[in-house]
Write a protein that binds this ligand. Sequence first.
Ligand SMILES: Cc1ncc(COP(=O)(O)O)c(C=O)c1O
Length: 428
Amino acid sequence: MPLPTADDTLRKDIMRFRTPSGADLTTRNDPYLAWQRAREQAGLWPYFRSYATPLTPHATAVSDTGVTTAGPNFGGQDYLSLTGHPEILEAAHKALYTYGPLTAGSPALGGGNPLSKALEAGLAEALRTDHVMLFPTGWASGFGTIRALMHKGDHILLDKLSHDSLRQGAAASGATVEFFRHLDNEAVRRHLAKIRATDTARAVLVVTEGVFSMDSDTPDLAELLALCREFGAQLLVDVAHDFGAMGERGGGQLEAHGILGEVDFVVGAFSKTFASTGGFLATRSSSAREYVRMFGGPQTFSSAITPVQTAVALAALSVVTSEEGARRRTAVRANAVRLRDGLTGRGLEVMGDVVCPVVPVLIGDTATGRTASGLIARAGLIAHLVEQPAVASDAARFRLQVMAEHTAGDIDAAVGILDACIGEARRR
Ligand SMILES: Cc1ncc(COP(=O)(O)O)c(C=O)c1O
């Protein structure tokens, strides 16, 4: 492949490197590396930045090429601003000194401790369900649950924009996988009717998310659940972004849609609202829980989350379900509204119809997105560009993530920087 040109670094997308050819695995990705390096040199590579500070509303992020961005931080996922909460830090210290830094192994082989039991019980109560199990990450919870439950001959219907973990779990399960148009319950009905016309013997799992974090929108979950019941299908909802951060009591979109405790399988992550890493499956089925515990690969063959991660998620859950949690949700919502209004007021296109902590700003054209991203990083705003493969090639966007402790000044500064840099990128 010829060396990348300036036009390549600005416009070409990453997907053309997904099917490399050549017999030597150590060299056949050299064209990809040349393209990445060229983007880095042109200042058009926003990925793999690291944070030099905690995930506070003001933070410092440093790129692989040494560009330092210090300023308002809209690139973290700490929606309720819990990472610096004194009770949570205290719980982390206590767990470290009580149980040590490591677990014995996977949950199947001694990876649990009293904190994990308490966290499972707390999540079951918050989600009004009976059975919860923990996973090492949010990604593993979606992947592991679907991969364990579904088999060849079964059917999986996924929203077209479902998260990678859900898609990969479906692909690995061996079941027949079909995608339906984003949020389109009528399309789900057509798929279900077609499947059930010829197959009433096998399982059908419908998969969606509480809030789609690239788009800030949500399905009509109550209607979707009713459809599943009508056709003898089960529903799985990934609540990674909404559980804890939304809903009057923190029950996320399931609470908002009045179906908390009714969905067959709920998977989620601690990496957003719960200030930790790890994930969970919550279900009313005792046998499904035990089966996934034994056959859910990442659960059985990967080490359990550490005592510190578990203690942090548990302490965060206690804040989430308290009056303080409700106040923090009100604050993050008000901040999201202020950000959405500010951006719209400057003529920028804000995506989505639910007010949630994620505020996506549509750019469209990849070249403009990459140029704007470089300018924004230098102007002192931490905000992530999302481009293909995470979104379609003509739908690049900035995904801003609001926190409860952002101030009005942080938000107004972000609006000003985005407006100026996107405007500048469009003029170039
Ligand atoms: C819907 C959804 N599910 C799962 C995950 C993965 O969560 P984690 O980063 O905790 O593995 C994410 C995070 O990007 C997500 O958006």
